[in-house]
Design a protein around this ligand. Structure first.
Ligand code: AMP
Ligand code: MG
Length: 415
């Protein structure tokens, strides 16, 4: 165990070094969004798989209509019709056209599609005729076989979190059962004798437990499965009894509160009793310096402060990257973004890294950020409307107009 507090980057590295991706499973395509892909996906067919029409219109030979214009329409004999899904039975010879719909397979002999709007219908010498009103180049309005994705191309990399767009690609290549990593199950326990449940009235001396739900929401967003345990009082035996039976079904444990060295801070002793070894205690950050990282076998335990802002920062900085790595994500750490500071930030003590709640927004094409007032680690008011944490490195004074690093976790609006 480290007996000295770690710099935020060191702490994150130590956490990430200790965890690995869980085993892989297969899930039905309709349920795979939110999981992380466990195998590379290679195109096993060309997309599109055949030359197809991008328009409703007529498949033609471009030489036939080279001189076409509204003044000199070119009549072509319509020899058939091809809808999406059909295999055309006819070949287009000189002077001929096939009526074709979007997605329809281009018939042999045709090399361009004239869109319906650039034609006029007709009937000549007892035959169905179309008049083409505009010239065409070869390939016009045709999506060539393989022009989107060619067979053999690498399309999705293992370690990619699956969203709607990836799902479309998986479906295109016939992945009915998608290989993914199992989602980590995070057991979440709030501790504190002062805690009452959300549906309970706030009696004297008590507060409602908000941490459990906040941490659960973060876990879910990051691709884990939260498992909420009933909050425990500041009593070592009660905490142990709440946690122990849940460990088998979980991949990581997050406790809030009681992590420090106060008279009723039981987390260090409970972790020890459960057989977890502390890897480090304390990070040089504010809020959230009382942070304990332990391991029970290969199961990580995150002992985070009960102060809501500290718990939020600890979860964002340390728990979520670990969880994303366990969930299989190739890049588990969200990169920082630059934003222009709208208000100055006082000097940060040399050894500390601060994470201030702020609101980032787009204005005049630039990302800007306002730091909220009320940055104390016990305050929750500044969560409202915030969408990022502004990182201030030790010793830095940030003036108004300076570029700051922000960890963006919410949606950005345009002003
Ligand atoms: P602790 O980390 O136990 O010393 O708690 C620090 C502060 O956070 C105290 O003011 C607690 O009342 C508060 N706190 C602890 N747990 C929670 C929780 N689950 N939800 C909201 N506030 C909490
Ligand atoms: Mg406490």
């Amino acid at each position: 165990m480290n007996s000295y507090p770690l710099h935020v980057d060191e702490a994150l590295n130590a956490v990430l070094r200790s965890v690995r991706a869980l085993e892989t499973i297969r899930v039905p395509l309709a349920e795979c969004a939110g999981y992380v892909l466990a195998e590379d996906v290679t195109a096993d067919i060309d997309i599109p798989p055949f030359d197809r029409s991008m328009m409703d219109g007529y498949a033609v030979r471009h030489e036939d209509v080279r001189m076409a214009s509204p003044q000199a329409p070119v009549p072509l004999r319509v020899i058939g019709k091809t809808a999406a899904g059909d295999v055309p039975a006819v070949k287009v010879e000189r002077g001929e056209a096939v009526r074709i719909m979007t997605g329809g397979m281009i018939p042999q002999g045709a090399d361009a599609v004239c869109r319906f709007e650039a034609t006029r219908g007709g009937f000549e010498q007892g035959l169905d005729t179309v008049h083409v009103l505009a010239p065409l180049e070869p390939g016009d309005n045709i999506a060539r076989r393989g022009e989107d994705i060619s067979r053999g191309a690498a399309v999705l990399r293992k370690g990619t979190r699956i969203g709607a767009a990836e799902t479309a690609i998986l479906a295109t290549f016939g992945s009915a059962q998608v290989p993914v990593y199992r989602k980590p199950v995070a057991a979440i326990l709030a501790t504190g004798t002062e805690l009452v449940e959300v549906h309970e009235p706030v009696r004297p001396g008590k507060i409602r437990n908000s941490n459990s739900y906040m941490v659960a929401a973060l876990v879910r967003q990051a691709g884990g499965i939260p498992k909420l345990l009933k909050a425990a009082a500041d009593d070592a035996e009660a905490i142990r009894a709440a946690v122990e039976p849940e460990l088998d079904g979980a991949d990581l444990l997050i406790t809030t509160g009681g992590v420090s060295v106060g008279d009723y801070d039981n987390i260090p002793s409970v972790y020890e009793k459960l057989g977890a070894e502390t890897r480090f205690w304390k990070a040089l950050i504010r809020p959230g310096s009382p942070f304990r990282f332990a391991e029970r076998g290969d199961m990580p335990f995150f002992g985070i402060s009960g102060n809501p802002a500290a718990a939020f920062v600890n979860t964002q900085l340390f728990v979520l990257p670990a969880l994303r790595k366990m969930a299989g994500q190739r890049d588990p750490v969200v990169p920082l973004t630059k934003a222009v500071l709208m208000n100055a930030v006082a000097k940060t003590p040399i050894k500390q890294t601060r994470f201030l709640r702020g609101t980032a927004f787009l204005e005049g094409g630039r990302l800007k950020v306002t730091v909220a007032s009320g940055q104390s680690s016990g305050m929750i008011g500044s969560f409202a409307g915030a969408n990022c944490l502004v990182r201030v490195n030790g010793g830095d004074v940030l003036r108004e107009g300076a570029e700051a690093d922000i960890l963006l976790y919410g949606e950005v609006s345009i002003r």
